[in-house]
Design a protein around this ligand. Structure first.
Ligand SMILES: C[S@@+](CC[C@H](N)C(=O)[O-])C[C@H]1O[C@@H](n2cnc3c(N)ncnc32)[C@H](O)[C@@H]1O
Length: 239
């Protein structure tokens, strides 16, 4: 399978990236800032770390762990499993010292993990939107409930389509339903064109609705710093 995103990040890690990783929607093109997005080290006093530490505990499942920034931090505190769909990123994480980096699909959790396996879950990077529909989001939440313990927490993020800044994102597509939107884009690297990615964007209120009947309830919403409020992290707790 073509994986320009994972390959470019792996090449960056190995000092072999000669061409930019591009993010495209039609004629719109952005250069994806690999170093800034994926290679900053998480530190205890950094914005957001205290919040995550207050809501996460081991065993932790890091969904869509990328180059392993958060798994590298949390594995020193408690058991952490880093799940990635990209072979290149699993290799990158192992080379960077992630202890338990696994290839797998965050939307097929029951295939990889047993009941009650984790006490907390983190998904950072808006990959949750790749559920693509609210029905698949509910199925994901049901599967997540299955692989987590009774008192588990999950910290999940997305862009909030109620904010103007979200509507300015590359690939944004409007949905007239309050609190919902889409994002469509693909990545290119060294002429290798990735699959078109469809993200479902939903507000915290729509996520609260999606939780009904899945075993989760929305406990808290943590928004980004000033001018970044359109990006939120929602904390789900078991009912
Ligand atoms: C924006 S990156 C975030 C990476 C990392 N969490 C971070 O904050 O640096 C999103 C990641 O989700 C991964 N991903 C996308 N779909 C996935 C799936 N179905 N299962 C597991 N990982 C997935 C991508 O390969 C990518 O590395």
């Amino acid at each position: 399978m073509s994986d320009p995103f994972g390959r470019a990040i792996r090449d960056f890690h190995r000092g072999e990236q000669d061409e930019p990783l591009l993010q495209l929607d039609g004629d719109e093109v952005n250069e994806h800032p690999i170093e800034e997005f994926y290679f900053g080290e998480r530190t205890p006093d950094q914005d957001g770390t205290e919040f995550l530490e207050s809501r996460l505990e081991g065993p932790l499942l890091d969904l869509g762990a990328g180059a392993g920034r958060d798994s590298l931090y949390f594995q020193d505190r408690f058991e952490t499993v880093a799940l990635e769909v990209s072979d290149h990123l699993v290799a990158t994480m192992r080379e960077r010292g992630v202890d338990d980096a696994r290839l797998g699909d965050m939307f097929a959790l029951r295939e990889g993990f047993g009941r009650d396996r984790f006490s907390s879950v983190l998904a950072y990077g808006t990959q949750l939107g790749l559920a693509r529909s609210m029905r698949r989001l509910r199925e994901f939440l049901g599967d997540l409930a299955h692989v987590t313990a009774d008192d588990a927490t999950a910290v999940l993020d997305n862009y909030d389509p109620e904010y103007d800044e979200t509507r300015e994102l590359l690939g944004y597509r409007h949905d007239p339903t309050p609190g919902l939107g889409f994002r469509v884009m693909h990545f290119e690297y060294e002429g290798d064109v990735g699959d078109t990615l469809l993200f479902r964007l939903f507000s915290p209120d729509r996520l609260r609705d999606a939780c009904v009947g899945t075993g989760w309830r929305l406990d808290e919403v943590n928004r980004g710093a000033v001018s970044n409020e359109y990006h939120y992290q929602a904390v789900l707790e078991k009912e």
